[in-house]
Design a protein around this ligand. Structure first.
Ligand code: PGA
Length: 241
């Protein structure tokens, strides 16, 4: 696992955007795994700028998002489909039919998850996966637990995550209590991973990720089983100061 410690959030965004841009330049038909949350917003902004400047072309790129609330409509401005359109897809020349976000309105969630896995496989697998990390060490919506589910699945959100995500909603009761998420095995099957973390409140999770053992009580530590992971964090997340 490589660790890149950046001065601040802007530097994290620049580093992550440069890595994603390099991936797309080297392989124009790359399959990208994307994440939502506040951390990658700066990265997506820079990618849109690079696209406008003609540095990268998303025409042949395919994307799969990590997770989506359940139930939620894609038109809801708190859905991750809305977030991705708003923060990235509407600003780049990607073919929207090549962007895959789990359907938060799916009636048969098992079928939805199974088809999502099959689509990743049919696309040739994910070349580069972008991850954030929860304060509790979750990746996607794989929350700390005694057991973790391997493949894409429907899951409940922990109190900690509902609390953390309530900042985006009018009131905490509005935060969906379930989600659809790639599983740990889905994430570990990707070829390359960058995991972004900014701010003191991520220090404990980042410290366990870098220095701790592998435990399902901090799902991010499972990334130690992957041969090509880069942690991109700022000094605050790294030192806790
Ligand atoms: P954040 O979320 O980027 O909004 O901090 C990350 C996560 O919970 O995975």
């Amino acid at each position: 696992m490589r660790v890149i410690v950046c001065k601040n959030y802007d530097e994290i965004s620049k580093t992550a955007a440069d890595i994603i841009a390099s991936q797309v330049i080297l392989k124009p038909d790359s399959v990208l795994g994307l994440a939502t949350g506040s951390t990658p917003v700066g990265t997506y902004k820079l990618l849109a700028e690079k696209n406008k400047a003609g540095v990268i072309d998303f025409k042949d790129v395919t994307t799969f998002n990590l997770d989506e609330y359940y139930p939620i409509s894609p038109e809801n401005d708190q859905s991750y489909r809305y977030f991705m359109n708003d923060n990235l897809f509407n600003h780049i020349n990607i073919d929207i039919t090549r962007t895959h976000v789990l359907n938060g309105m799916a009636e048969d969630t098992d079928k939805e998850c199974d088809e999502f896995e099959k689509m990743i496989e049919a696309a040739g697998g994910i070349d580069l996966q972008v991850l954030g990390i929860g304060q509790n060490g979750h990746i996607g919506f794989n929350e700390p637990d005694e057991e973790l589910v391997a493949k894409t699945h429907l899951t409940g959100l922990t109190e900690n995550t509902i609390q953390a995500n309530s900042r985006f909603f009018e009131k905490i009761e509005d935060v969906p209590t379930q989600s659809l998420t790639m599983g740990i095995a889905t994430i570990l099957a990707t070829r390359k991973i960058i995991i972004l973390a900014s701010g003191k409140n991520k220090h404990e999770a980042v410290d366990k990720l870098i220095n701790g053992g592998i435990t399902t009580s901090n799902p991010a530590t499972m990334l130690k089983l992957h041969p090509d992971v880069i942690v991109i964090c700022d000094e605050e997340a790294y030192t806790g100061k």
